[in-house]
Ligand binder design. Structure first.
Ligand code: SAM
Length: 220
């Protein structure tokens, strides 16, 4: 339980994070900045890390996984060019923080997590917020959403050696996918658009994400 004083302190830290870590580094989509103002990051962290909620770095969330640096969450969200017409597939629910940011801006978010425990904690975290537009799945996100579905946007918050074919199949024509692509230890953040000629990709920046372990990604 977060006290009223702690809540007020976090609100101040959150505003500073938006100004100094996001806006100052070039994030300028008002919907993205507003979502970061709205969503309390402290509720997504294990209690022993609550004081690091607005630090400029990733933080452990259990099961050997991390919640990404706020700037990277914001950059990936902005690059997806979201609006209320977008259905988004997210691979790697983790703490649920990125899920909550996406659900604040998009129409609906479908999120897949490999670890039962993390998905359950994420669902409990998000239950504190008014975000009814999220569907959860526990499983291997490299195979896409288990039922046949097409998405306007896909975001992977774990690293993959290349973009898995099932994800390309589940992306609508002209849809966007953003993912860290490379080795288990170093990747390039890739933004790709699905065109009639295949995926048109752009490299955004070097990144380091935990691996997406699954049938169409790194071996488990
Ligand atoms: N977006 C998350 C957040 O805001 O807290 C952080 C995600 S963390 C960097 C990467 C997540 O991908 C981990 O929770 C990990 O368990 C998950 N993951 C790894 N392989 C997966 C797979 N095949 N399918 C779904 N999730 C996977």
């Amino acid at each position: 339980m977060v006290s009223i004083n702690a809540k007020a302190k976090h609100a101040v830290e959150r505003r500073k994070m938006v100004q100094h870590q996001l806006a100052a580094r070039g994030i300028n989509d008002p919907a993205v900045l507003e979502a970061f103002e709205d969503i309390p990051r402290e509720i997504f962290l294990p209690p022993q890390y609550e004081s690091q909620a607005y630090h400029d770095n990733p933080v452990p969330i259990g099961s050997g996984q991390t919640i990404s640096q706020p700037y990277i969450v914001a950059l990936m969200t902005e690059k997806l060019q979201l609006d209320k017409n977008c259905d988004v597939l997210e691979l790697g629910t983790g703490s649920g923080y990125q899920t909550a940011i996406l659900a604040t801006i998009a129409r609906r978010v479908y999120t897949i997590e490999r670890y039962n425990q993390l998905s359950e904690t994420a669902q409990a975290n998000i239950a504190h917020l008014d975000l009814p537009n999220i569907e959860y799945c526990i499983g291997d996100g490299s195979k896409g959403w288990p039922e046949h579905r097409r998405f306007d946007r896909i975001i992977a918050t774990a690293a993959m050696p290349k973009i898995p074919q099932p994800l390309i199949d589940q992306l609508k024509p002209d849809g966007l996918i953003i993912a860290p692509v490379g080795t288990m230890t170093a990747q390039e953040l890739i933004l790709a658009r699905k065109t009639d000629q295949g995926l048109k990709t752009h490299q955004i920046t070097p990144v380091r994400f935990v691996p997406l372990l699954g049938e169409y990604s790194f071996n488990e």
